[in-house]
Design a protein around this ligand. Structure first.
Ligand SMILES: Cc1cc2nc3c(=O)[nH]c(=O)nc-3n(C[C@H](O)[C@H](O)[C@H](O)COP(=O)(O)OP(=O)(O)OC[C@H]3O[C@@H](n4cnc5c(N)ncnc54)[C@H](O)[C@@H]3O)c2cc1C
Length: 519
């Protein structure tokens, strides 16, 4: 008799995708993902849930509800699913308010992540869904000591690119040296015992790379002017920059604080979805795509006695659809312009919350000169000018062409950049980028920029709350307004992260299901 392996059986019957994951776990065929599949008891009792928005929060909600047998309808204004989880490829389009439609002319096979580009290792739910939906992930190189600091200004170290490792080691070295001096001069005697002081000095010597005299001098940590090699090639180490020059050149200003290693979310290990972060959105779309109505722009959300009534527009005109419950994931600046009959508290909260202004530009180059000429493989260059940062791609290393994220900026810088035409943004990115990489003009091919706060159906990067707003407007949106529940990154403490969309989706699905069970 012909035997069929369990994996083959499941894949032949089309069951490997998504829904079978819990069964495979039970059969011992998969190792449990770091976070678990969602478990809810009870059934859907024939309820129809209308979900507004096919971003990650909307699709994850539908995916989990669908597992329980709910009837779901997802209304999505755009021609695509994924919302902010979007990778720009050849032919991708974006509509900014008051601007012509922008179409990407990138080469086939190249992409850049216009929204999310990094998954922290502790965002277990994001990684869980990657595993549950078979989205391969790879390492995202967020920290690269070979990338640069570039400070525009008047100091002697200004207007030149300096390897991150040089500045990092110099700053660490000098700070350690200063502290050791303070301890040696007994200025910290009150704070420490003699033995502890000795231990701290030893630690600082190691941390700062201080010499036998406890001074910060030249060290191989900063790299070499001439690399060591065979025979007599011992390598040549440069002197460190002078502390005063580092300070005078702005390299100790906030623009250059070390965020990568010190910020919880930016610490390595970081991941990305292989082939573009939108692979996560596409994997959800594969599961719930049959419930999505595309080009369906919601224009009115009304609680009725029995449920909800939603109006939307598509190319054929105005439509109305009724349901038992609704999950609204529309970003608040967009929702603020939609007709509704919510309570005054909820209405005020929707209008009140502000979103960050942020933008990115993808620059396609003929040649990966940052790798070929400068040994920069992934990571980020930091600047104090309008660019803020340049992201080097963490995929296709040693490949032929590549796309740099030529700027990724926020707040006022993003506001100013957003005001520019697409051509002017490109000119800005090219002009400022060429100060760091002289290869820009020769190797440039084309660009695609996105200003998120100007982008239709987003109108912002992510929600920002003050501590006070967390106690007021935020709380108003955590509760349903009659039959309408709110979900999305903006209803979590994980703003700016996909994990926020997923956590929020689960939390709302749980609340919806509990209500249905209780009815
Ligand atoms: C620049 C940037 C960088 C980021 N970086 C990271 C990162 O590195 N890592 C990470 O994990 N996360 C990152 N994020 C955050 C992440 O992208 C979001 O948290 C997440 O995608 C939000 O999902 P959502 O479903 O809550 O919202 P959205 O994705 O905005 O979904 C809302 C949906 O509603 C639709 N919609 C809007 N109006 C209407 C209407 N009238 N009718 C019908 N549908 C409508 C929209 O088209 C959209 O599909 C980043 C975001 C940005 C913008």
């Amino acid at each position: 008799m012909k035997t069929v392996s369990r994996r083959k059986f499941l894949s032949h019957t089309g069951m490997l995708a998504g829904g079978i994951y819990p069964a495979m776990l039970a059969m011992g065929m998969l190792r449990k993902a770091p976070a678990s599949p969602f478990q809810l008891d009870g059934d859907a009792k024939g309820k129809h849930v209308i979900i507004l928005g096919a971003g990650l929060a909307g699709m994850a909600s539908a995916y989990e509800l669908m597992k329980k047998g709910y009837q779901c309808t997802i209304l999505e204004a755009r021609e695509r699913a994924g919302g902010r989880c979007w990778s720009v490829r050849k032919g991708s389009v974006n509509q900014e308010m008051g601007r012509p439609l922008q179409t990407a002319g990138l080469d086939d096979g190249l992409y850049f992540n216009a929204g999310p580009s990094r998954i922290p290792h502790h965002h277990q739910l994001t990684l869980h869904y990657c595993k549950e939906l078979n989205v391969p992930v790879e390492i995202y190189n967020n920290v690269n000591e070979a990338a640069y600091y570039f400070s525009e200004g008047k100091g002697s170290l200004s207007n030149k690119k300096i390897r991150a490792r040089e500045i990092h080691n110099d700053r660490r070295g000098y700070m350690s040296e200063l502290l050791v001096k303070a301890i040696d001069q007994k200025q910290l005697d009150a704070a420490m015992t003699k033995e502890d002081a000795q231990k701290v000095i030893e630690y600082l010597r190691a941390e700062g790379g201080l010499d036998i005299d406890k001074l910060y001098k030249a060290s191989a940590r900063r790299g070499y002017m001439e690399e060591p090699g065979a025979g007599e090639k011992v390598g040549r180490i440069a002197d460190p920059y002078k502390l005063h020059d580092i300070i005078a050149s702005g390299l100790m200003d906030p623009d250059f604080y070390n965020v990568a290693e010190y910020t919880y979310e930016l610490q390595m290990t970081m991941f990305q979805a292989r082939g573009g972060m939108d692979m996560i959105a596409k994997a959800f779309e594969k599961q719930v795509g049959q419930f999505i109505k595309y080009h369906a722009e919601v224009s009115s959300i009304k609680n009725t006695d029995a449920g909800v009534s939603i109006s939307y527009k598509d190319s054929t005109g105005e439509h109305k659809i009724d349901g038992d419950l609704c999950i609204c994931t529309i970003p608040l600046p967009v929702l603020s312009n939609i007709d509704h009959n919510f309570s005054s508290d909820v209405s005020r909260a929707i209008d009140y919350v502000s979103y960050i202004q942020t933008g990115k530009i993808g620059l396609q180059f003929k040649r990966r000169f940052w790798e070929e000429d400068e040994q920069v493989y992934g990571g980020i260059t930091h600047t104090n000018n309008e660019l803020t940062q340049i992201f080097y791609p963490s995929y296709d290393y040693l490949g032929k062409k590549g796309i740099l994220i030529g700027y990724y900026n926020f707040n006022d810088k993003a506001k100013r950049t957003g005001e520019l035409s697409f051509k002017e943004r490109e000119q800005l990115a090219m002009e400022k980028g060429a100060l760091i990489h002289g290869q820009y003009p020769k190797e440039f091919e084309n660009s695609f920029s996105i200003s998120w706060h100007k982008t239709k159906y987003s109108l912002g990067g992510w929600a920002l709350y003050s501590a006070e707003e967390r106690q007021t407007v935020y709380k108003a949106l955590l509760e349903p307004d009659k039959q309408v529940y709110f979900a999305g990154e903006h209803l979590t403490y994980l703003n700016a992260w996909m994990a926020g969309a997923f956590e929020s989706a689960r939390s709302v699905v749980e609340a919806v299901h509990k209500r249905v069970q209780a009815a």
